[in-house]
Design a protein around this ligand. Structure first.
Ligand code: SIN
Length: 331
């Protein structure tokens, strides 16, 4: 049900938005995840009168994001969204794996209220940091009547979890939504809609109850010139549960890698093809033996496959086969 309240909970997880450098002119040689979420809020004067709660959930460079933090985050976000007085949740995050966290939360929670991921490309100590305006805009979107789903707000744009992608390694406007474009813009604290808020069904928190150490192992392999099957064979020998292949073009895979992936699939490993291309999606071709990930990029396809494997386990009533038996299954 849509809340009538305007309270926003801000969960801090680290990232460059909380990063510091020795010099204000240093925008690359900084340490991420140094400032607490309360300090980030204090740096935004426009938030002074807004009913807010700030909570430190984690403090990491998002390149080091892990499944245990994802589970804790999903549980905490869900807990706050249940509260009638909470309009939405903002998560401060690093930019590097933001799109993966976004897709994980969207698929697990598909929230009816907004869950807004917010990040920055410059550390908090920069001469002109982008964190404070991004946090201001994220809180604004979290209070927008009718907003829903997992969103990302950066550089005045609102992106949906399905499409958002980090496209640039340095620029402030590093994120985009590909051909779909952003969902909305935030201009002078006003939200201007461009597309409808995302829809979707939640897989549910029950899916991620198991100890993350026991979650299925899903890895990404890349199809490239000169690719072979040795990596796939090594991963299968280790008992991998799922493989995403970052495929070329319309999901095409080097023949040597494809043979190994088909062999892995015959042994019970789940395989999904995602395109390496930034734009477009894999268009199905009749007779393809390896399923495709549609419009999901390889890192989001990995999240998708992980969740599908968790769902399959849950519906089979098998919380977790021990790793040794997974390896044995394939020998
Ligand atoms: C990170 O992802 O935590 C560091 C990089 C960034 O936030 O831009």
């Amino acid at each position: 049900m849509q809340s009538t309240s305007s309270r926003v909970v801000i969960l801090g997880t680290g990232g460059t938005i909380a990063g510091t450098a020795a010099s204000a002119s240093d925008q690359v040689g900084y340490s991420a995840a140094q400032l607490g979420v309360a300090q980030l809020v204090a740096a935004v004067p426009e938030l002074a009168g807004v009913p807010l709660e700030a909570e430190q959930l984690a403090q990491l460079d998002s390149k080091d994001m892990d499944h245990a933090t994802w589970r804790a985050l999903a549980q905490r976000v869900a807990r706050h969204l249940e509260r009638d007085e909470v309009a939405g949740v903002v998560v401060t995050h690093g930019t590097d794996t933001l799109e993966e966290t976004a897709w994980f939360l969207q698929r697990v929670l598909a929230p009816r209220k907004p869950v807004v991921l917010c990040a920055a490309m410059r550390p908090a100590t920069a001469l002109s940091p982008d964190g404070p305006p991004n946090l201001r805009d994220a809180v604004r979107v979290a209070r927008e009547p009718g907003a829903r789903g997992v969103l990302a707000v950066l550089a005045g744009q609102v992106h949906g979890a399905a499409e958002v992608q980090k496209l640039h390694a340095y620029r402030i406007d590093a994120f985009g939504s590909g051909e779909a474009g952003p969902l909305a813009c935030v201009e002078e604290s006003r939200v201007r809609m461009l597309r409808a808020w995302p829809e979707g069904d939640a897989l549910g928190l029950g899916l991620v109850q198991a100890d993350p150490a026991d979650w299925p192992r899903v890895e990404i392999v890349t199809s490239h010139a000169g690719a072979g099957g040795a990596i796939v064979e090594a991963l299968c020998a280790q008992g991998v549960d799922g493989l995403v292949v970052a495929a070329s073009g319309n999901g095409t895979v080097h023949h040597a890698l494809e043979s190994a992936l088909l062999a892995a699939q015959r042994q019970g490993v789940a395989v999904l093809r995602a395109t390496r291309c930034v734009f477009g999606r894999v268009i199905p071709v009749a007779g393809q033996a390896l399923a495709d990930a549609g419009g999901l990029n390889p890192v989001k396809a990995r999240v998708e496959l992980l969740l599908r494997l968790l769902a399959a386990r849950l519906s089979a009533g098998a919380p977790c086969p021990p790793r040794t038996s997974r390896a044995a299954r394939r020998t």
